[in-house]
Design a binder for this molecule. Structure first.
Ligand SMILES: [Ca+2]
Length: 313
């Protein structure tokens, strides 16, 4: 089998960094055409810098990193507490990357890459707010048939939200973009908090990554050691949910995950529930499912996969 052509759209972000490492370490399965950056966990400039750092550390300077949208489609960037620290890669104190930013806006890169591809060829993995993806679809709706699948991290189906009682960060940051993507007709696979909160970076898992002993594994462990490790009550374990590598792991080993086809819509109007992913789990609306909603994970298998691939870099 030839590797699957993929664009990762991200806002690194500690867990984004691990997701990028996982993809960059897996060229036999993932042909990473490019990394596109968006504002989210951190402002756009830091998002781009951190993506360049991760690509460079992986020894994959062949992968272009494009800068994208610096603001959500129709709203200012919300001000959240900085779970990823001040730089997005707190815990890493290496030099500034030398890999140049690729020419061309991320949205244009997505559009041009899709238009140059065969129908159903391109997989998009948004692991930040979906601003770039939505802007690409809005700018060139003819890319829709070119997209095989959008496997995204975001939302919450059957569990509470994260930045509000009902909304998860990526969707809440740009609900208009998420709503557009969910309604686009592209095959969708959603990795929301239902699944990512079952993938906790326990001290044992963190130690297993550090024990790989390579420079990249040390960076990964340093970043994860800093990241979101304080919410024992919420997650039932001392460690944070490793959200963003989930869609990448699914591309590598879909058998690690389980879910259900549902209709999913995004709330864009209500002040109370803005950014909620409204998942019709029991088919009450009668609407045709538009999304495979992942809720289950073999978390030990997930961490074993990450450990195995990090060791290759
Ligand atoms: Ca992210």
């Amino acid at each position: 089998m030839s590797p699957r052509p993929v664009i990762i759209d991200c806002d690194p972000g500690a867990d984004d960094a691990i997701a990028l490492f996982l993809a960059l370490a897996s060229p036999a399965e993932i042909d990473l055409l490019g990394v596109t950056c968006v504002a989210g966990n951190v402002p756009l400039a830091l998002s781009v810098r951190n993506a360049r750092t991760v690509v460079e550390l992986s020894g994959r300077r062949d992968v272009p990193v494009h800068a994208g949208c610096s603001q959500p489609l129709r709203r200012p960037l919300p001000k959240y507490p900085r779970k990823h620290g001040s730089t997005g890669l707190d815990g890493y104190d290496g030099p500034e990357p030398t890999l140049p930013v690729a020419g061309g806006h991320a949205v244009d890169f997505i559009v041009e890459t899709c238009l140059a591809a065969a129908d159903g060829a391109i997989t998009l993995c948004p692991i930040g707010p979906m601003t770039n993806i939505a802007a690409a679809i809005a700018k060139a709706p003819e890319i829709v048939p070119k997209i095989r699948e959008i496997a995204f991290m975001g939302g919450a189906a059957l569990v509470p939200g994260y930045v509000t009682p009902v909304a998860e960060f990526n969707i809440h940051t740009d609900p208009d973009a998420a709503a557009l993507v969910l309604a686009s007709g592209v095959p969708l696979t959603m990795f929301g908090l239902d699944v990512t909160q079952k993938a906790i970076t326990t001290p044992e898992r963190l130690t297993a990554i550090r024990d790989i002993g390579t420079p990249v594994a040390k960076v990964a462990a340093d970043i994860l050691g800093f990241y979101d490790r304080t919410d024992l009550e919420r997650y039932g374990a001392p460690g944070g949910p490793l959200h963003d590598p989930c869609p990448i792991a699914y591309l590598l080993r879909s058998s690690l995950f389980g879910g259900k086809d549902c209709h999913v819509a995004v709330e864009t109007e209500s002040a109370l529930t803005l950014g909620q992913t409204v998942v019709d789990w029991w088919g009450d609306t009668g609407k045709t499912p538009n999304c495979h909603v992942v809720t289950g994970i073999d978390a030990d298998g997930y961490y074993a996969l990450i450990r195995n691939r990090l060791a290759r870099l």
